[in-house]
Design a protein around this ligand. Structure first.
Ligand code: HEC
Length: 119
């Protein structure tokens, strides 16, 4: 009886752990993300490649983890920027995952820091 009970507990713990890991690793949906990212294009460009205005960061091809992390930071206050706080403020965790999946999959010119080198 005691063995059964502790086994049940262990199984339960394992399930909870798996469920937690599943949530953390939930992949974004790039198709949903394409729709949710429309409002971002005014500044970041329709290709998210800063083609419209170079003052905004180029995002196409950026690591999805980076995009997701920084959007959480703008939303929750870890990174302070009034414009992006406004943009990220209404995004849910799932919105952020979806948007990150979409933007990171776009072909971009983020390769290296060669533009920073002296000619
Ligand atoms: C009104 C213009 C504007 C809009 C619209 C906008 N952004 Fe931004 N975005 C900015 C500016 C300006 C920065 C640079 C802020 C800073 O210095 O932290 C930025 C930074 C970012 C960064 C960080 C880039 C980096 O390299 O660290 C991400 C990611 C981002 N925006 C995603 C989005 C997403 C997703 C949306 C739509 C939900 C969006 N932005 C809408 C202006 C905008």
């Amino acid at each position: 009886m005691t063995t059964n009970a502790s086994m049940t507990l262990r199984t339960l713990a394992a399930c909870l752990l798996l469920a937690a890991a599943g949530t953390a690793l939930a992949k974004g949906d790039p198709v949903a993300g394409a729709n949710k990212a429309k409002s971002c294009m005014a500044c970041h460009g329709t290709n998210f490649d800063a083609e419209a205005d170079g003052q905004y960061p180029r995002l196409a091809g950026q690591y999805p983890d980076y995009i997701a992390r920084v959007l959480h930071e703008y939303r929750d206050g870890g990174r302070d920027n009034p414009i992006m706080k406004g943009m990220a403020g209404s995004l849910s965790d799932q919105d952020i995952q979806d948007i990150a999946a979409y933007i990171s999959g776009l072909p971009g010119k983020l390769h290296d820091l060669s533009r920073m080198k002296k000619k």
